[in-house]
Ligand binder design. Structure first.
Ligand SMILES: *Cc1c(COP(=O)(O)O)cnc(C)c1O
Length: 876
């Protein structure tokens, strides 16, 4: 029978236990070991049964047990301590407050938008790295006291749960999530009715949403939910699942996230007195419409589009996460035009203006596609990639938006991702740290960072490190057997056939892990390239390797599902099935066991398509060594002292197949000749000393770098604080002034030109230490020297005469305009290095309120061919 109505009956906690619900509602329990221990002691069996979810646990504990606890002095004391600790954590001063946060130069609040958030397995609102990064960003911001407000969508089915069919084909299941059973509370108006966010859709329809609030330590996370009775069935489904549905469905999700998200933030601030955000950060392009909503808000106060755009841009930060063009959301122009046309959303913004922000109006762009990343870059004055390498790949990838500029001047910076250590460090690792330097300092080392705190790891005894590694590996082996057993039951095997699972994996064997989503560039099956060779490694008589693999393919990606099938069929082979396993349903709960239990974490993407990668960082924090292609973060921080780089064949003129062969062979070689021998080699004390030393270096050298605390501090210092300052400087008058100036400069630019360049010496050789004096004649048309900067740009040149590391120096106006409107600029050019050297001259727009560096307007005037002879003078 099916119920016609559904309620959630909430437990009534006896009065002395009241603070348990305070602790359960704040997701800090998910990264605070002592609070978790407290919940576990409420009822250890129910704790496991609830999937370690306090809200669910409290709904399941028998009232008799609660009454017992209400009289248990020891429990009440621990409850009081945990609740006091949470209160101190939420209300006390932290790093941000010590920097003078919120008053002086730092923003009063920052809104952080993301299409997914991975905070805990108990709130399954993520698909992979992007969401977990967003969750880690919120947690680290909370630890640092950064006043962030998270904004996302509440997906009623979350992302799919994965299982396997008998013949190893991925099966998807979508659990129904009832927000009343999740750690969420509904945002309500003062009169108790739910706060509503509404968007107008074409044809007089309307899309409404409720706002659920999760509390992530100090940081509120607002999740919009369209499954409300006031909506028509079509609109109710807008937030049904993560990354499902067709184009229009996704456009509606993104409109709700961006536009509705800003409205949710406004409602939240109005109802709680929280300060309004001065900076809006969009994690990937999906939330980009937030900028349009803020322009529209200003338009309602009579600010014109161009001025509003300047003001909004100044306070907007955009982070791009993918160098894979297919990873970027693009919509048909017509679809976007329809949703921002007459009678639809944002009536005060012309649909043409909306389109201009997202169209690929550059060489090689698709004329009919609206690109969310392009809009992100045009609506945000500050943008970044997520590792040093990804920053430079992104500058190349988007260079078309800044014609006339070299890729290195494209205004996209980089901040390398980090991971929230308190979430990802196994309790055993935390305890070892606490034994060494105390609990409080360990907490600080993991959340705030600072390498001095990590140095103490160097003093931990070899035997203790090895013992820890062994314990973690043993736990993983148990977990693998349990999960494998469940998976085989699901694939239709009978218990009697599964005795072999008790012998799967060996707690004394070198364990390699590989788990990630399964887009083709991550090359799940690279390890299968030479099956005989892999089999030899797995079945080596003295130095065997065992491998644990996991990963979900996107539901629409049959290619990815075929890769999984290929891998699983290999692992099903009785000759290897005890040495290599595939575990279905990769997610946070599995990840938290998997990373610590592995000795080596493998990553073999097609370089440079892995923007950063974070799983290897989480592994490193638990003393697992990285074996990876030099891509993403590993390209930046790899050292042979603590890990291995798989040599790559990128850049060479090799076809894909050949490249896979070469890179797979390199992988096998490393495992066989370098990694396994080191793991099994024992020193005089019977321990693998050299391996242990690598573990120690992984912790001391990588530990302080890979932290989300380090990442969020960099966001605050390099992006949020400058964006807040710029936004404050652009009040309505200044924004109008800047917009008018830009329009005037754009109109005048066709007549701006470099007319002639002269240098005091033009020999093809010159001596180090010589200073040339340059004299440059320019046309500025209707502009004046106040509107521009004339620069000499000099540096090393490559054989094609490209400036390899150009550094610009301004020249000074000395005379003009003459009768023909020409002006003369002069300045010195010091030849301060030997070797091939060159310079050129250029004119750029300049204004005190410009944020984005030389390329911001995308306007530049350089010497034409006719003046070129001298302008490009090269000295060899
Ligand atoms: C960290 C994490 C990821 C992201 O890992 P990558 O190295 O970026 O692929 C994906 N899924 C889960 C469950 C994670 O914990």
């Amino acid at each position: 029978m099916k119920a016609i109505r559904r309620f959630t009956v909430r437990p009534v906690l006896p009065e002395p236990l009241g603070r348990l619900s305070e602790l359960a509602r704040n997701l800090r329990w998910s990264w605070h070991p002592r609070t978790r221990d407290l919940f576990k002691s409420v009822d250890p069996r129910q704790w496991e049964a609830s999937g370690c979810d306090p809200v669910r646990l409290l709904g399941q504990v028998p009232p008799a047990r609660l009454d017992e606890l209400a009289r248990d002095e020891d429990f009440l004391r621990r409850l009081g301590e945990a609740a006091d600790d949470l209160r101190a954590y939420v209300e006390g001063e932290r790093w941000y407050q010590e920097q003078g946060g919120g008053e002086g130069p730092l923003p009063r609040a920052v809104a952080y938008f993301s299409p997914e958030f991975g905070i805990t397995a108990a709130l399954p609102q993520y698909s992979g790295g992007l969401g977990i990064l967003a969750g880690d960003h919120l947690k680290a911001a909370s630890d640092l006291g950064v006043p962030l407000i998270g904004v996302g969508l509440l997906y009623r089915h979350g992302y799919f749960r994965q299982s396997l069919s008998h013949d190893a084909w991925q099966q998807e299941h979508y659990p129904v999530l009832d927000p009343n059973e999740l750690p969420l509370v509904l945002l309500r108006e003062a009169d108790g009715t739910p706060a509503i966010v509404a968007l107008a859709l074409p044809g007089g329809r309307s899309l409404r949403a409720h706002v659920w609030q999760a509390q992530v330590g100090r940081v509120p996370l607002l999740l919009l939910d369209s499954d409300v009775e006031e909506n028509d069935p079509g609109e109710r489904d807008v937030t049904d699942r993560l990354y499902g549905g067709g184009s229009e469905h996704r456009l509606l999700q993104e409109m709700l996230l961006g536009i509705g998200g800003v409205r949710a933030v406004r409602a939240y601030c109005r109802l709680t007195g929280h300060p309004e955000p001065e900076v809006f950060h969009t994690n990937e392009g999906h939330a980009g419409f937030l900028g349009l909503e803020r322009i529209h808000e200003l338009a309602q106060h009579g600010v014109g589009f161009d001025a509003a755009l300047e003001s909004v841009r100044a306070g907007t930060v955009f982070t791009t996460h993918t160098p894979v063009p297919a990873g970027i959301d693009r919509f048909d122009r017509e679809l976007v035009a329809h949703h921002f046309g007459p009678g639809a959303e944002l009536p005060r913004i012309d649909a043409g203006d909306v389109l201009r922000l997202g169209m690929e109006t550059y060489p090689g762009g698709e004329p009919n596609l609206f690109n969310m990343a392009v809009m992100g870059l045009r609506l945000g004055s500050r943008a970044n990639g997520v590792s040093t390498l990804h920053g430079s790949v992104s500058r190349e990838m988007f260079a078309g938006l800044w014609p006339g500029f070299d890729a290195q001047e494209v205004p996209i910076a980089s901040i390398t991702n980090g991971v929230h250590a308190p979430t990802w460090v196994a309790p055993e690792v935390f305890r070892l740290g606490a034994r060494q330097i105390g609990e409080r300092r360990t907490e600080d080392a993991l959340s705030v960072g600072g390498s001095d705190r990590w140095d103490a790891v160097a003093d931990i005894q070899d035997a203790d490190i090895w013992e820890l590694r062994r314990t973690l590996r043993e736990q993983l082996v148990e977990e693998v057997r349990r999960r494998l057993y469940d998976s085989w039951r699901q694939r239709g095997a009978a218990t009697a056939e599964l005795g072999w699972i008790d012998g799967v994996l060996d707690p004394g064997v070198l364990t390699v892990g590989f788990a990630r989503r399964v887009p083709s560039y991550k090359r799940l099956t690279l390890m299968l390239r030479d099956r005989d060779r892999l089999m030899e490694l797995l079945r080596h008589p003295e130095r065997p390797v065992q491998i644990v693999v996991a990963g979900k393919a996107h539901p629409a990606d049959d290619g990815g599902k075929r890769l999984i099938q290929e891998l699983v069929r290999f692992t099903d082979d009785p000759r290897v099935r005890r040495h290599i396993v595939f575990l279905p349903d990769y997610g946070m709960a599995m990840a938290q066991k998997l990373y610590p239990g592995c000795d080596v974490w493998l990553n073999n993407p097609l370089r440079p398509l892995e923007a950063c990668g974070t799983s290897g960082m989480k592994a490193a924090l638990n003393g697992c060594l990285n074996l990876s292609v030099l891509d993403g973060w590993w390209d930046e921080w790899f050292e042979p002292d603590f890990g291995w780089a798989i040599p790559t064949a990128d850049g060479a003129a090799t076809d894909d197949d050949r490249r896979d062969d070469l890179e797979a062979a390199a992988l096998y070689d490393l495992l066989e000749r370098r990694i396994a021998p080191r793991f099994y080699e024992q020193g005089p004390g019977g321990l693998p000393d050299r391996w242990i030393e690598m573990v120690r270096r992984t912790l001391t050298r990588l530990g302080p770098k890979v932290l989300a605390g380090r990442m969020v501090r960099e966001y605050v210092e390099q992006l949020y604080a400058p964006a807040a300052r710029a936004h404050r400087a652009l009040d309505a008058t200044a924004a109008g002034e800047l917009a008018a100036w830009k329009a005037r400069v754009r109109a005048a630019w066709p007549r701006v030109a470099v007319d002639h360049v002269e240098a005091s010496a033009s020999d093809a050789t010159a001596e180090l230490g010589t200073t040339l004096s340059l004299r440059v004649r320019v046309h500025l048309g209707d502009l004046t020297p106040d509107d521009v900067e004339v620069q000499v740009v000099a540096g090393r040149v490559d054989p094609e005469d490209h400036l390899a590391d150009p550094s610009p120096m301004p020249l000074k106006p000395v005379s003009g305009p003459d009768v023909e409107g020409r002006r003369v600029y002069e300045g010195p050019l010091a030849l301060d290095r030997t070797g091939p050297f060159g310079y050129t001259v250029r004119i750029l727009p300049a204004h005190r309120l410009l944020a984005g560096g030389a390329a911001e307007l995308g306007l530049v005037a350089v010497p034409s061919e006719a003046t070129g002879e001298e302008a490009g003078v090269l000295m060899r």
